[in-house]
Design a binder for this molecule. Structure first.
Ligand SMILES: C[S@@+](CC[C@H](N)C(=O)[O-])C[C@H]1O[C@@H](n2cnc3c(N)ncnc32)[C@H](O)[C@@H]1O
Length: 304
């Protein structure tokens, strides 16, 4: 999951658009049902488990507005790869919102994720559109591909789920094994600037048919000694049958500019080809400084 700021920037347009849709839907359906709504208040069910255990809900909130990322990633392939990019890999792919779109564009795509439910959702959707079920359950810091790919991407902070610096190092190493020389790894994450920034609470809404979801994420704790931030996240789901609520908590490892550039330098098979922000504008590379917050590294695989 992205940090509040990172995902907010990516998703805020969607929030507005979906918010309008969901209001329109609500008023239409409520018109004829006012009487029965008065009679029976829908019951609320507390959902067990983790936010990623509900891929349908995750995908509804975060999976519909991917065009800027798709365009940007393809621009990166064209501008920075020293090989033709046909085969792609996404570590921590989740529901595969980007994978399925790349498959539709003609790329060969695979991905992994720790969450079995997300992988199942991803593979069922790939299958539905006639593509190989190429997502598999694995830890992004401990896996091996049969053959290296031309490019990989990891765009919205999933990388920060690796809670220890050593895990992040392992990830950079296995990704260097997974990407062929001349290929790319596009890695997007939110950095901690030297001055206290930061948006600490964000909400998103989305609706499809008569399913409506409101999602909220907020910072609850910082443990600077371990470089950890703890976030809580809540889904409030409204369906004709009633309401569902899920609350979950997770940690993100924090990075400042030095920590992330040291990490990249720890794996000599990566060089920084360019750096962007979450505006995903290939014409607008950024220069890192201690105020930088959202960052997208375009890493090129060097060596043999
Ligand atoms: C914010 S979601 C992003 C999913 C997808 N990349 C996207 O852009 O929509 C983060 C994903 O990271 C996965 N994840 C967390 N830790 C992981 C690990 N160590 N290895 C693989 N996946 C992991 C979670 O299960 C979740 O699906």
């Amino acid at each position: 999951m992205g940090t509040a700021t990172a995902l907010a920037e990516k998703k805020s347009k969607r929030t507005t658009a979906k918010g309008v849709t969901s209001k329109a839907l609500a008023s239409k359906s409520s018109a004829g049902k006012a009487a029965s709504a008065k009679a029976a208040k829908p019951k609320t069910v507390r959902l067990p488990g983790h936010i990623y255990d509900y891929p349908k809900y995750y995908d509804l909130i975060f999976g519909s507005d991917c065009q800027a990322e798709l365009d940007f990633l393809q621009d990166c392939f064209a501008c920075f790869a020293d090989r033709k990019v046909k085969k792609l890999f996404e570590p921590a792919c989740g529901t595969g919102r980007l994978m399925v779109r790349f498959a539709k564009l003609g790329y060969q795509i695979s991905g992994n994720d720790l969450n079995e439910k997300a992988i199942d959702f991803c593979n069922r959707r790939l299958e539905k559109y006639g593509f190989p079920t190429s997502a598999f359950v694995a830890d992004m810091c401990n896996f091996q591909l049969k053959k290296p790919v031309d490019a990989a991407f990891n765009t919205i902070n999933s990388f920060r789920h690796l809670e220890k610096p050593e895990m992040a190092k392992d990830h950079m190493r296995v990704m260097a094994d997974a990407v062929a020389p001349g290929g790319l790894y596009v890695l997007g994450l939110h950095l901690t600037p030297s001055t206290e920034p930061q948006v600490v609470e964000e909400t998103w809404t989305a609706a499809r048919g008569n399913l409506k979801i409101r999602s909220k994420m907020w910072l609850v704790d910082r443990t600077p000694a371990q470089r950890l931030e703890t976030y809580r996240m809540k889904y409030e789901v409204t369906k004709p049958a009633g309401r569902e609520v899920l609350e979950d908590q997770f940690n993100f490892l924090t990075y400042n500019v030095k920590q992330v550039t040291d990490l990249i330098a720890s794996e000599p098979r990566w060089e920084i080809a360019s750096v962007f922000d979450f505006a995903y504008d290939i014409q607008a590379p950024i220069v890192l400084n201690d105020q930088t917050e959202d960052v997208v590294f375009v890493l090129r695989r060097v060596g043999s």
